[in-house]
Design a protein. Sequence first.
Length: 171
Amino acid sequence: MNRVVMPLAIFLLLFGAAIAALSQRPWAPREDVVQEIPFSHRIHAGVNQIPCQHCHSYAGRSSEPGIPAVARCVGCHGDAFGGSGIQPVTRPWSDSSRPPFEIQWNRVYTLPDFVRFTHQPHIHAGIQCQECHGPVQTMDRVTPAYEINMGFCIDCHTKRQATLDCVGCHH
């Protein structure tokens, strides 16, 4: 019996390790993300010291940090896009084409579907954006500074004596 169980157990262990090593992890950090426009966080957050929540205004009250609308850019840059500024919506609601001047931002950080991360409690706890996103204020193009995974979060929660209750993130 031992001659059958041990080789089978070793085979299953090696098979599981191979699957884990070769599987795709869509939430793994990606350094190849390029944005539609060359937006520099170094200029905005670093040189001009604009707080993160000025542009990512939903981070303090929503599960998503929010991507700034072009209107937010125009607020500081004026009519930098040409024409007579922001035009009223005149397209029919059934038109699914992308409106002019709508920027398609590409996600830099992605979490698995089974994780429900919310920025709000972290912001209210006084955690700076840079603790998870790295020194964004020095980056012309944002690239992941850390692999944000369960170990990363558990280390931080343990260090800060925050809850380790599973349902806090997995719900």
